[in-house]
Structure formats: structure tokens, C-alpha cells
Design a protein around this ligand. Structure first.
Ligand code: S3P
Length: 165
């Protein structure tokens, strides 16, 4: 069974996936990182030069490809579960775990990042809260398990996930 970690930017998907991979001795697939490697440019440049729809197609293609694996931990992009077909694809081979965090926590975690085109020039808790509100229903509908990450360390989040998945 694959484990797909979903959630808004800055909810800890990459950190938790890496830690889980070590703890469970499982391969970790970092979707954004793989896309960046294959395209040979950062996410911000993919958005700028090829457009967001192109990036979204790459995400969907990658998820279809991942169906061939069956014991990996996948760190999704923050927008991956916004497409219904992506959620269906994930459900075919695994369990979906949603990581959540308050807008203020997210802001703290992303404020020094320059490879999040959707937040560039919008790094405020109010903007994050607005985008989060638009996405919340889809995140929640996709999730088999939800873990709030505010105030918890990586080890505690991993334990909660392992115990409940
Ligand atoms: C996005 C989140 C990013 C990345 C892209 C779009 C989104 O991933 O896929 O910038 O739509 O929320 P992270 O959640 O890993 O930052």
C-alpha cells in the first residue's frame, strides 16, 4: 500500500515523508522534486514559462506512473488533490493522509521560500487563509486520515500517522 501525503504548502509533507521513509525503510517520492528534475527548471520557472495547466498535467501523469509502485511514500504537491482524477488515482493504490496547519504556522514555514509561485507576493496569513478556505473541502474529501501538525514535532507526527493509518 502506498501512502500519499497531501496538504497545503507548508504543512510538512516533505519533512514528514522523508522521516517516514527512514522510519519505515520505504522509498520516498517527492513529486515536486521529481518534476523539477525532469523538467530541468524550478517550479516557479515551469509556471512562468509553460503555465500552471502544464504543471498540473505533469502531476497527473506522475500519479498514473506511480500506480506501478506499491510500497512508496509520496509527498504530493499542495495542489495535487484539487483534481478529482488525481484523488481517484491515489485511492487505487494507497491511503491518503492529510496534513493540516494554521495559516500563521504555514506562513512561518514558507516565508523564506522562493519556489512557491502561488504565494509569491502574497506571503500573509490572510491570503493563506483565503486560499486554504477555497481548498479545504477538497482536501478533506480526499483524506482517509487527517493529522494537525501545529505544535507537534516530526517524530510525534510520524508516530500518529503510523498508529492510525
Ligand atoms: C502548489 C504547491 C507546491 C507546488 C506548486 C503548487 C499548490 O507544492 O506543487 O508550487 O498548488 O499548492 P508544496 O505544497 O510542496 O509547496
Amino acid at each position: 500500500m502506498n501512502i500519499f501525503l497531501i496538504g497545503f504548502m507548508g504543512t510538512g509533507k516533505s519533512t514528514i515523508s522523508a522521516a517516514l521513509g527512514r522510519r519505515l525503510s520505504r522509498e520516498v517520492v517527492e513529486m515536486d522534486e521529481l518534476i523539477v528534475k525532469r523538467e530541468g527548471m524550478p517550479i516557479s520557472e515551469i509556471f512562468e514559462k509553460k503555465g500552471e495547466p502544464y504543471f498540473r498535467e505533469l502531476e497527473t501523469g506522475l500519479l498514473v506512473e506511480l500506480q506501478q509502485k506499491n510500497d512508496v511514500i509520496v509527498s504530493c504537491g499542495g495542489g495535487t488533490p484539487m483534481r478529482e482524477c488525481n484523488v481517484e488515482e491515489m485511492k487505487k493504490s494507497g491511503v491518503i493522509v492529510l496534513l493540516t496547519a494554521e495559516p500563521e504556522t504555514i506562513l512561518e514555514r514558507v516565508k523564506h521560500s522562493h519556489d512557491r509561485p502561488l504565494l509569491e507576493n502574497h506571503k500573509t496569513a490572510a491570503y493563506i487563509a483565503e486560499l486554504l478556505d477555497k481548498r479545504r473541502d477538497k482536501y478533506e474529501a480526499a483524506a482517509d486520515l487527517t493529522i494537525a501538525t501545529d505544535g507537534k514535532n516530526t517524530a510525534a507526527i510520524c508516530s500518529e500517522l503510523i498508529e492510525n493509518v
